[in-house]
Design a protein around this ligand. Structure first.
Ligand code: ATP
Ligand code: MG
Ligand code: MG
Ligand code: MG
Length: 566
């Protein structure tokens, strides 16, 4: 491409309203221009980089077995009503009525495509034989962000790669999730991005059901707890994940799996509300219902003090301190705990053993419960804290070392969705026995614009951008020093044409401008490799070449042609 044929409106001054380096540099290098708050035009250089990043994403999605399709941005609002996401999105969802004949049709601009893709699949898939399936698109999303800011890091209209997987079993989902996770690592590595996968708020599925990929950056809007020693990293949006994974010491005899009644309360908050106790006095606790009545609760710490609270909460007659044997009588099974272990009342308590069973022994059955385990012998007690209140220096749940708090830009997100959308939109499959089940979903998003803005934010110096080769708008910039000089121009043209013919992506600065202007622009737009033709070098039969990141230029003999450059 010739500079004179394209549009690269570079700016010398730092734009007043741009607060962070990526925003300033992307404006100054002529990559983007704002149309209004949250809406940007990608100028040719910016769009080329976006396209290169999108192509890397596409190649890795294809390699991971996902099929590309393209869904409409314009969507019927009714779909969002069926999944209750009209309320969940609130003002973020851009919605309006479109007149059709004498009717008004309520529509939305897609903030993401779970509804549309699930509706599609509900009509195309009916049997387990058609599963698993993963589809993806690279498409414009619309979100009326409350605070569009930082240039194209947060806009109301942005390019997302969104993939959706459909499975007939949790094992299938797990396998696809892992494959997508690995594809994400390859994508960001190929784009030259430093990235950090972190545990994310996982919603209804819990556990390791969601990870975000963060670009560590001071100006990132997400806060992350991070431990260098163990590699543990989690988004502080998570409410429930400071949990120390308990370690089963003797897995072979770590209890037996038994069915229990359905838990009535599954969070510390719920139990504490029920009992009028402080959450800090409890280990994560379950209360089981027998004949509609709570039957057991076990509380850490001072049972006598707790007794008073429970007595007040439940009525005096039903409460007494109880030892292991008494609790066993009530629950019909040993608790495995020694000493005075709880309070016999209409409710008697129990540790949240299913979490341990899920995490370690694979006993993740609904309503299942490990019995006959001993604290200290079979597992360590959990410690829980809310990550939203985490502070630097808190102990890492894996290593015990002090946690650091770092900031990051969320560039990708993988999520085990489960059946939320397929249940709401009737996307079912029939199993081998012709039994009907909702399809199990996963979703996987990447902000393509954020790849580019994230690179600009983390890879630059005081002169301008520094693109990695893979997503640089052009790989090579050819600069003739004096465009009025025939020999200079002929030589430069020759290099330009030969490099292009060899498949190199070249920009030719054919502007009739001062060398200083061209060099400043070259550094600002950050093309990885620069070739300067003219002056003394040319008289000596040489061209000057320089990597954007190198301090020194290198001279190459004209006789060698383009071979040393390739
Ligand atoms: P954020 O926490 O930054 O608001 P999100 O969690 O709402 O992002 P997702 O719904 O997970 O975003 O969307 C998938 C990806 O789309 C994100 O990981 C991010 O890279 C990108 N993305 C989300 N919102 C925006 C936006 N307003 N502008 C640009 N990219 C965005
Ligand atoms: Mg958001
Ligand atoms: Mg987020
Ligand atoms: Mg997200």
């Amino acid at each position: 491409m010739r500079w004179s044929n394209t549009l690269i409106p570079t700016i010398k001054e730092v734009p007043a309203d741009a607060e962070i380096p990526s925003h300033q540099l992307m404006l100054r290098a002529g990559l983007i221009r704002q149309l209004m708050a949250g809406a940007y035009t990608y100028l040719p250089l910016g769009w080329k980089s976006i396209q290169k990043a999108a192509q890397i994403v596409r190649e890795e999605m294809d390699a991971a077995g996902a099929a590309e399709l393209h869904m409409p941005a314009l969507q019927p609002l009714g779909l969002f009503e069926r999944t209750q996401r009209k309320e969940a999105f609130g003002s973020v969802l851009i919605q309006f009525n479109v007149p059709r004949g004498n009717r008004l049709i309520p529509m939305a601009l897609g903030p993401t495509h779970e509804e549309v893709v699930t509706d599609l699949i509900s009509h195309c898939i009916s049997s387990y034989k058609q599963l698993p399936l993963t589809v993806y698109q690279i498409q414009t999303k619309f979100r009326n962000e409350e605070r569009p800011r930082f240039g194209v890091l947060r806009t109301s209209e942005f390019l997302m790669k969104d993939a959706y997987s459909f499975s007939s079993s949790v094992e299938q989902l797990d396998e696809i999730y892992d494959r997508m996770y690995r594809a994400y690592c390859r994508i960001f590595a190929r784009c030259g991005l430093k990235y950090l996968p972190v545990e994310a708020e996982s919603g209804p599925i819990g556990g390791d059901a969601s990870h975000e990929f963060m670009i560590p950056s001071e100006n990132g809007e997400d806060s992350i707890v991070y431990c260098e020693a163990s590699g543990y990293a989690a988004n502080m949006e998570r409410a429930d994940t400071g949990r120390q994974t308990p370690e089963i010491k003797t897995p072979a005899d770590a209890g037996t799996l038994e069915k229990q009644a359905t838990p009535a309360a599954t969070s510390i908050e719920q139990v504490s509300q029920l009992l009028g106790c402080e959450p800090s006095q409890m280990i994560k606790t379950l209360i089981y219902l027998a004949d509609g009545e709570p039957v057991a609760v076990l509380i850490r710490g001072d049972h006598e003090a707790n007794e008073g609270k429970i007595r007040r909460a439940l009525g005096a007659a039903t409460v007494e301190l109880a030892d292991e044997k008494t609790i066993q009588q009530v629950t019909g099974a040993p608790t495995g705990f020694a000493g005075p272990v709880g309070i016999k009342c209409k409710i008697i308590a129990d540790h949240d053993i299913p979490v341990i069973a899920n995490a370690i022994t694979g006993a993740n059955e609904a309503d299942a419960h490990l019995l006959n385990v001993n604290v200290g012998r079979d597992y360590e007690l959990e410690t829980t804290y809310d990550l939203r209140n985490a502070a630097a220096g808190d102990p890492c749940p894996k290593s015990g070392e002090p946690l650091a708090i770092v900031h990051g830009i969320e560039v990708g997100h993988v999520f085990k969705l489960g059946t939320k959308y397929t249940e709401a939109l009737d996307a079912d499959f029939l199993d081998e026995k012709e039994k009907r089940h909702p399809i199990i979903m996963g979703c996987y998003g990447i902000g393509v614009n954020r790849i580019i803005a994230g690179l600009a934010e983390t890879k630059h110096d005081d002169k301008g951008l520094i693109w990695p080769l893979a997503v640089a708008p052009y790989e090579v910039l050819v600069i003739p020093l004096n465009t009025k000089d025939d020999e200079v121009m002929q030589t430069a043209e020759r290099y330009y044409e030969e490099l292009k013919a060899a498949g190199v992506d070249v920009l030719f600065d054919d502007r009739n401008a001062r060398a200083g202007v061209k060099f400043n622009d070259a550094d600002l737009i950050g093309i990885p490799y620069r070739i300067v033709i003219g002056g003394k070098g040319l008289q000596n039969g040489e061209i000057e070449t320089k990597w954007r990141t190198a301090d020194e230029a290198e001279m190459i003999a004209l006789d060698a042609g383009i071979t040393p450059i390739l």
